[in-house]
Design a protein around this ligand. Structure first.
Ligand SMILES: [Zn+2]
Ligand SMILES: [Zn+2]
Length: 330
């Protein structure tokens, strides 16, 4: 089951960031003796500025990411190009004054859950829990015994989880502000790995996506189509192939000042790679638009299947000589 929740209209008494829908599902899941996972895309906190009237999300003019709100001195900052901007008094799109800083962090969610479910075991999983081997062992034990797990991207690697029947993405828009890199594909990759660790009956998992701005085009792109396709595809894959990692995945990313040129390059690359793939065994996903970082346009070509290194060997020279081309293994 797949639910998108509008946090602007559906907030519980305990927090703006926890919907009544989420609480109901947590109650149901815990009553069955199953586990809950609450996901935020990074450790610490996420902040952004939204317009409650027109659902505008303040984004960097040079990069395709949302700006982060900073205090003392108050400003908005892009974590990719580092440009700073004044916090506006009114919305630059609709000119109304209902601008709202959105701020949510893993520790905040942890203490909310501990208060609400004091008889249950709540565990926040992040890099602090993984400093050495004994803490890793302890982390695994804690994960195993926890009823509610709160985690970040770290959760997406290396663990198999049994009995997780509810996953909630606390704030979908935080997937649009990942500081080092983000095309939507990156968010999907993280979440694909996350859900890839799910139990074997994962088609019964309930997935809740919370957002303040469900009508924002960037968020819609994530919630309406891509997330659903992505989850459905992942669940289908898991059903067909029983257990990951069945496929390998790599992103080829090309940068150019001109978005058309960078798209043309990934098309050419795709045509070349297809020539080495007469059996049509590889899956190619070429991004139809570019992702801007500091006004450079990044075009992506994702390749999936069993032996990607073998395929890439054919274009080894290009990979080495073309400095604008990056190869990112997932
Ligand atoms: Zn507005
Ligand atoms: Zn920027």
């Amino acid at each position: 089951m797949f639910l998108t929740v509008n946090l602007a209209q559906n907030q519980s008494k305990i927090s703006n960031y926890i919907s009544d829908t989420l609480l109901e599902h947590i109650d149901i899941t815990l009553a069955k003796g199953e586990k809950v996972m609450l996901y935020l895309n990074k450790r610490g906190s996420h902040s952004s500025l939204i317009c409650e009237d027109c659902q505008y999300l303040y984004a960097c003019p040079n990069c395709d990411v949302s700006l982060s709100v900073h205090w003392n001195p108050d400003h908005l900052r892009c974590h990719i190009c580092n440009n700073a901007f004044n916090i506006p008094k009114q919305c630059s799109e609709c000119h109304k004054i209902n601008l709202k800083p959105v701020w949510v962090g893993t520790q905040q969610i942890e203490s909310l859950m501990k208060n609400q479910y004091s008889e249950k075991s709540v565990y926040r999983f992040d890099s602090d829990s993984m400093k050495n081997i004994s803490s890793k062992r302890e982390a695994l034990w804690n994960l195993d015994s926890a009823d509610i797990i709160i985690g970040t991207k770290m959760l997406t690697t290396g663990f198999n989880f049994e009995k997780i029947w509810l996953i909630c993405i606390i704030l979908v828009e935080s997937e649009l502000s990942y500081p080092s890199y983000d095309a939507a594909e990156k968010a999907y990759t993280n979440l694909r790995q996350l859900i890839g660790r799910w139990n074997r009956k994962s088609q019964e998992t309930t997935i809740i996506l919370q957002t303040f701005i469900p009508k924002n085009p960037l968020v819609q792109q994530l919630t309406n189509n891509n997330f659903k396709d992505f989850f459905q595809e992942t669940l289908k894959e898991r059903k067909e192939f029983d257990y990951p990692p069945y496929r390998q995945m790599v992103t080829l990313e090309y940068r150019h000042k001109d978005s058309k040129k960078s798209l043309a390059y990934t098309q050419k690359l795709l045509d070349t790679l297809r020539e080495f793939d007469p059996e049509e065994e590889y899956i190619f996903l070429r991004g139809s638009s570019t992702f801007r970082k500091n006004n450079t346009h990044h075009a992506t070509l994702i390749v999936k299947w069993k032996n990607i290194r073998k395929l890439l060997k054919n274009i080894e020279k290009t990979i080495i000589s073309q400095s604008a081309l990056s190869v990112i293994f997932h």
